[in-house]
Design a protein around this ligand. Structure first.
Ligand code: APR
Ligand code: PHB
Length: 389
């Protein structure tokens, strides 16, 4: 087999890149380790920056997003019983879009299928060959049958545990990591959201987040310890704990019900540099991870996809390699800013096991500065709705 760009990973990064390249007539093959149903079974964050909305439009995949998504003009932040609001539209003129990542992925799959673009599921043993030469190729197996694809470029969109990042020699690769001493226990429940906007809560019992997918589907999270297990949390125990962490009036308004999904995720900040090695380009979780506070994971993947799409389009339309040569530098400049924001928001909102009384005072000062300062709110809004690209 032969194609122009092999895309490893059929998550949102790989599928979005594939659709954008398709609009320019650039041929791709997507290799996905799992099945489509498995990928669509993963529940991830649900806040899209304008930049990602525009990319979905550019890819011709934004119809349902505009019909079913909810623009949010601001967010609520609480500590103890205090709550204040940061208005994105007032401060920076842009809302965010509440629409589940799973739905983004579903729309991208539908578009790829409608375009009849190739996607191979259940691939094993993916190996990238000669990425640092002029004639790279990728080998893999499906049901034990080996296959090989020759290509001009490889997009490593295979997430944190994929093969792409590890293909870059250790002598070239520099990794930066911070692991947080807690996780998030998340539930999905068929109940109306407690508030029409998201609530990020810092409480003495730990962080909580009230989010949503639509008017009848809520997504809630509470900070938990890393050795906790979902079996320790009955639905009732979860609701009781959530109520203790949000302001009393919100707790009183909370509608509870059966949880249809419950899972625990650890929190990590991670970046690998460079994001390009020869003809291999890393995109999304393959190159970086953020803690979920602020929902920057998918949105940061989207800016990588944008830069790579521009670079590859320029290469195929004009024969210029300027865009691909500067890909890593441009992508990383924005990645680090998203890392900073996610780290700051996480640090301000969580309880850390080794927090001193001084650290707690600093958190309150940070929160009150944000509450009282127009410039601080503007800076927060600018980051939350997404830095430009
Ligand atoms: N070969 C082929 N596919 C692979 C391989 C491999 N060796 N390893 C992993 N994959 C697939 C995974 O099964 C997954 O479907 O690559 C895909 C990567 O998808 P994601 O992990 O979702 O990563 P990405 O597409 O970069 O999405 C960005 O934003 O909010 C965050 O973590 C969240 O997934 C989200 C991410
Ligand atoms: C979610 O809805 O899952 C979500 C929203 C905002 C976040 C993280 C997760 O910051």
């Amino acid at each position: 087999m032969k194609t122009q760009v092999v895309i490893i990973g059929g998550g949102p990064s790989g599928l979005l890149l594939g659709q954008l390249l398709h609009t320019r007539g650039i041929k791709t093959v997507v290799l996905e380790r799992k099945t489509k149903d498995y990928v669509l079974g993963r529940i991830r964050a649900g806040v899209l920056e304008q930049g990602l909305v525009r990319l979905m439009e550019q890819a011709g995949c934004a119809e349902r997003l505009h019909a079913e998504g909810f623009p949010h003009d601001g967010t609520l932040i609480s500590y103890g019983d205090e709550m204040f609001r940061v208005d994105f539209t007032e401060h920076v003129g842009t809302p965010v879009m509440v629409y589940g990542q799973t739905e983004v992925t579903r729309d991208l799959y539908a578009a790829r299928e409608a375009a009849d673009a190739p996607i191979v599921y259940n691939v094993d043993d993916v190996v990238i060959h000669d990425a640092d030469g002029d004639a790279p190729f990728v080998t893999y197996a499906v049901d034990g049958v080996p296959a090989r694809i020759e290509c001009a470029f490889i997009a490593g969109c295979d997430g944190f545990h994929g093969v792409s990042r590890k293909t870059i020699p250790e002598s070239v690769r520099q990794e930066y990591e911070k692991v947080y001493p807690f996780g998030w226990l998340g539930v999905l429940s068929e109940t109306p959201p407690v508030n029409h906007e998201l609530i990020y809560a810092n409480s003495p019992r730990g962080f909580a987040l009230c989010s949503m997918r639509n008017a009848q589907l809520s997504r809630y999270y509470i900070q938990c310890s890393l050795d906790d297990h979902v079996d320790n949390w009955s639905d009732d125990a979860f609701w009781e704990e959530l109520k203790r962490r949000i302001p009393a009036d919100q707790a009183d308004a909370l509608v509870t019900g059966p949880c249809i999904e419950k899972s625990i995720a650890p929190l990590r900040s991670f970046v690998t540099e460079p994001m390009r090695w020869g003809r291999l380009f890393l995109c999304g979780d393959a190159a970086h991870i953020v803690p979920p506070t602020g929902a920057k994971g998918l949105n940061t993947a989207a800016s990588d996809v944008h830069y790579l799409f521009e670079g590859l389009s320029e290469f195929y339309a004009k024969g210029s390699s300027d865009g691909i040569d500067t890909y890593s530098e441009k992508a990383l400049a924005r990645v680090w800013k998203a890392e900073r924001f996610s780290w700051w928001f996480t640090s301000m909102m969580h309880r850390f096991p080794d927090q001193t009384p001084f650290d707690l005072k600093m958190q309150v000062a940070d929160l009150e500065f944000l509450r009282d300062s127009v410039s601080a709110q503007k800076a927060m809004a600018e980051n939350y709705v997404g830095l430009p690209y």
